[in-house]
Design a protein around this ligand. Structure first.
Ligand SMILES: Cc1cc2nc3c(=O)[nH]c(=O)nc-3n(C[C@H](O)[C@H](O)[C@H](O)COP(=O)(O)O)c2cc1C
Length: 395
């Protein structure tokens, strides 16, 4: 008898995943100028074609003013804002799909986090022009016309994903980027139709979802997967952007557009709960999903046991991020009945096996890891840092 974790699963729009393991989207620090994929990008993804049944790329910005988010000196974030990106996207899709697993393009707009815009002297845009204490550059409020253009850009990036051979897209509505900035009452202080009460703060994310689905229908992309990633709440001390009671209402509206899955970005672990609440985030969000929309959770899975526990107890699908950095053959080993052989930490001995991009290797060997979440064994590889991209140093 096969376990739930290794059972295939059929999504609403007909696509079948080979198993319940998903590779979480992760920036590869491998893009060239203007977000074009490099050979390093393609090699990294090719090495992960059996990491999971569904493989989500790193965030790709959909509008020229939506990125890049990167550290000066380091290879850039990838993009999907022009047709010129299609050839690189095609190489990534082929690399990910070569062993029969599904490839999903994560589509994104950084809003205030588009540091590359600031570096090149362009306006950095956001819902409202606030003085953010954590940014060392100013931001400008988007005009109504610009907001509508970005919505169209999400649709055009979806069209490019289809042309490139991806099996689906994931709308990045999490981690404080533009969609979340619109949903947050802290970041969005607009008084037009894009801001104000809860309904109005939902308007931008919902318009993006609608446009993406419209393009998928227009392109007749059968079985095309559409997912949405969300941070379940935004609470930083006294600053409350939104609570889970509000984001579950947003998700209830999103799933009316027939999405295949909702992806909860959980930094506190896949089984975590809102502060002071008994129920897990997973169970709170499961309640508002219809039976066709699958739930995907993430956080802290580095072995078969916890992946198994996540789908047995909490969710339809489990995403693995750093676990696939440490072992690119994560799902392959589990499917082969060899889960015990999964590597749980990085070390100098496994640095070739992990097949990171040079940018990731430099990032994870730095003392500050460029602010990336820590990797098990991370301390042991510090001596491998060469400094080749370190024109930027943290003060
Ligand atoms: C190197 C790195 C890059 C990341 N880049 C992205 C990204 O592009 N998009 C995104 O939604 N999340 C990104 N994340 C968050 C992961 O998808 C995931 O949610 C997080 O690492 C927690 O899962 P884990 O404990 O399995 O690593 C990134 C995480 C890491 C470690």
């Amino acid at each position: 008898m096969t376990k739930k974790l290794t059972n295939p699963i059929k999504l609403r729009n007909g696509a079948v995943l080979n198993n319940r393991i998903v590779m979480s989207p992760m920036q590869t620090h491998s893009g060239m100028r203007n977000g074009f994929a490099s050979e390093d990008t393609v090699a990294y993804y090719a090495a992960r074609s059996q990491a999971a049944g569904m493989l989500i790329t790193e965030f790709h910005y959909v509008s020229q003013n939506g990125g890049p988010s990167y550290v000066p000196g380091y290879p850039e974030q990838l993009a999907a804002y022009s047709d010129a990106h299609i050839s690189g996207l095609t190489k990534i899709a082929r690399a990910l799909k070569k062993d029969g697993n599904k490839a999903i393009l994560q589509i994104h707009h950084g809003g205030r986090a588009a540091i590359g815009q600031a570096i090149s002297g362009q306006d950095v845009v956001a819902p409202s022009a606030l003085d953010f204490p954590f940014l060392d550059y100013p931001v400008r409020a988007l005009t109504d016309e610009e907001i509508r253009a970005i919505i169209i850009d999400f649709g055009q990036a979806t069209k490019r994903a289809i042309a490139a051979g991806f099996d689906g897209v994931e709308i990045h509505g999490a981690n404080h980027y533009l969609l979340q900035q619109f949903f947050s009452q802290w970041s969005n202080q607009r008084t037009d139709e894009w801001g104000g009460d809860l309904q109005k703060r939902m308007a931008f994310p919902l318009a993006v979802v609608k446009e993406v689905k419209r393009v998928v229908a227009e392109e007749n992309a059968a079985d095309f997967i559409v997912g949405y990633r969300i941070s379940p709440d935004e609470i930083h001390g006294d600053n409350v952007g939104y609570t889970y009671q509000e984001s579950t209402q947003l998700v209830a509206e999103i799933v009316k557009h027939d999405l295949d899955y909702i992806h909860l970005s959980l930094w506190g672990g896949y089984g975590s709960s809102p502060s002071g609440v008994d129920a897990s985030y997973a169970s709170l969000f499961k309640e508002v999903l219809d039976d066709q929309t699958k739930l995907l959770i993430v956080g802290g899975v580095f072995d078969e046991e916890s992946a198994d526990d996540a789908v047995a107890q909490y969710s339809d699908l489990i995403a693995v991020g750093r676990g696939t950095l440490v072992d690119p053959q994560f799902a392959k080993k589990i499917v082969a009945g060899n889960g015990a052989a999964i590597l749980h930490e990085v070390s100098p001995e496994t640095i070739d096996y992990v097949q990171w991009t040079p940018g990731l290797k430099e990032a994870f060997t730095r003392e500050d890891s460029l602010g990336l979440p820590p990797l098990p064994g991370g301390e042991s590889i510090r001596s491998l840092h060469t400094g080749r991209f370190d024109m930027y140093r943290k003060a």
